[in-house]
Design a protein around this ligand. Structure first.
Ligand code: GAR
Length: 204
């Protein structure tokens, strides 16, 4: 069976993107990152992708600031289709993905979020958790639907919140876990050995 082709969407630094590229290169994931797209023209992750020899470019949406919709979403779907992409991983992509991109890749768009969903969706999840005073936070990989960080959960990891943590130190420790969790969760989905039953993603 040929290696699956993955597309990645970023808005910034791209450390999760790099972790996925490296996981493919090291054979931990039986896949290849075929294209990285950014909604931010000068995202640091674009240069990072190029340094890792992965095609990368920005498609800056014209219409909305917080979502990827209509013609803007269509441009992403077309670029990924042309690159032969089968699965899409959002890696720090800071817009809500809408039609027609969602419909073009049904059940094949994943996202990583830096909290134990459904707690603390949205922006600055690590700071939200720290300010709330929870003793445990973590990260979640989930399927993307039209809601905000609300699709069925594929995998999670727990990170304890320490008394001397700041929002920043907590975010750093969560990020380390994100890099491992994302490759693991993508591997699970690419294997096809799962079923989505309502909100529950279970092994088959
Ligand atoms: C990561 O912590 C990711 O989970 C988060 O943004 C960061 C991106 O870092 N994503 C979200 O908050 C999405 N709601 P990276 O660009 O270095 O991967």
């Amino acid at each position: 069976m040929s290696r699956k082709r993955i597309g990645i969407m970023i808005s910034g630094r791209g450390s999760n993107m790099a972790a996925l590229i490296v996981a493919c290169r090291e054979g931990r994931l039986d896949a290849e990152v075929a294209l990285v797209l950014s909604d931010v023209a000068d995202a640091e992750g674009l240069e990072r992708a190029e340094n890792l020899d992965v095609p990368a470019r920005a498609i800056v949406p014209k219409k909305y600031r917080t979502k990827l919709d209509g013609d803007d979403a269509r441009a992403y779907a077309e670029a990924f289709r042309e690159a032969g992409v089968e699965f899409i991983c959002l890696a720090g992509f800071m817009r809500i993905v809408k039609a027609p991109l969602l419909e073009a890749f049904p059940g094949r768009i994943l996202n990583i979020h830096p909290s134990l969903l459904p707690s603390f969706p949205g922006l600055e999840a690590q700071r939200q958790a720290w300010e709330h005073g929870v003793k445990f936070s973590g990260c979640t990989v989930h399927f993307v639907d039209a809601s905000l960080d609300g699709g069925p959960i594929i995998a999670q990891r727990i990170v304890p919140v320490l008394d001397d943590d700041t929002a920043e130190t907590l975010a750093e420790r969560i990020l380390t876990e994100e890099h491992e969790l994302y490759a693991e969760a993508v591997g699970k989905v690419l294997s096809g050995r799962y079923r989505v039953m309502g909100r529950r993603v279970v092994r088959t």
